[in-house]
Design a protein. Sequence first.
Length: 329
Amino acid sequence: MKICLISIRKIKIPRFFNELNIFEIKKGSLKEKIKMAFDFFDSIIFIGSSGIVVRMISDFLRDKTTDPSIFVYDEKFKNLTLLCGSHMAGGHRIGELLSINSNSNFVYTTSTDINGLTGLDLFCRDNNLFVEKKHILYINNYILNNQYLPVSKDFKNFYIPKNFKISENPIIYLDREDKNISLFSKKYTLGIGFHKNTDFKTLNKEFHETIPKYFLNRINNVASIEKKWNTKTFHRFLRLNNIYNSNSFTSDSLNKAASFLNIKGNEYVKRATNAIAVSEPSAFLGSFNGNKVFEGKNNNSKFAIYEISSPLWRLNNYKIEEVPEVFYE
């Protein structure tokens, strides 16, 4: 996931932000900075007045399941307030990390959290699971009223929070299309390649035209060659689809993977990237040498999906990635 920092006034920024790979947006007006933050970043940290922040971000907020998490520090870094995005956007866990590094008081107000309970959406974010939005409020209210949540034995290999219990009469299941409430494993890597001048709208359109609906909410990470990873198109695509993790690979690494997979490749792709293929070997490497489950092509793009080697899909849930060089231009 990518995290950015916006300071309302020009002040000295503590070194720990840089050490955590948190990118400071410096160029443009405050509104332009906020637009860039919402377009590309999974968490946004403001330094300054919460009143100013609330008024400025109101036009950018869309949905709790896709909005980035929003934090506000005071200028003395004594208090860190989580405004929104506590669970699905990873705000609670990122806030814990930030408060430790800044020695600040972490303020959050989510009902489950302040009552010492783990909400369904936080459990999903912690474990790279997808849950339909309609179930979140219902289940979290159930947890608040009953103090525990019965889940199926499918979760026996998961870390189970104190208010979750393995039960013979569960409410929650794992990867079960036939059940009313099921959580789905985000256990797939998407490998992508796209033509040089492809914009994010075109890439996103072709993605939704090409990829079977089954996979859309189950993608853990997106992988490509360094040249494509280092584009704003790639990272805008991730934010549009609420995908937090990405991987980039050198042409040499992709060529070795392509050789292992017996991919003949494409001369046009090789001339453009020095790699004989991009999407499939990227998906293979990004899935820790998993198995291919889908491959598709559109006018400007090519996609491959590999299932991540189990149980590695549950790792690196909150890894903070460095931003690409193109963000510094």
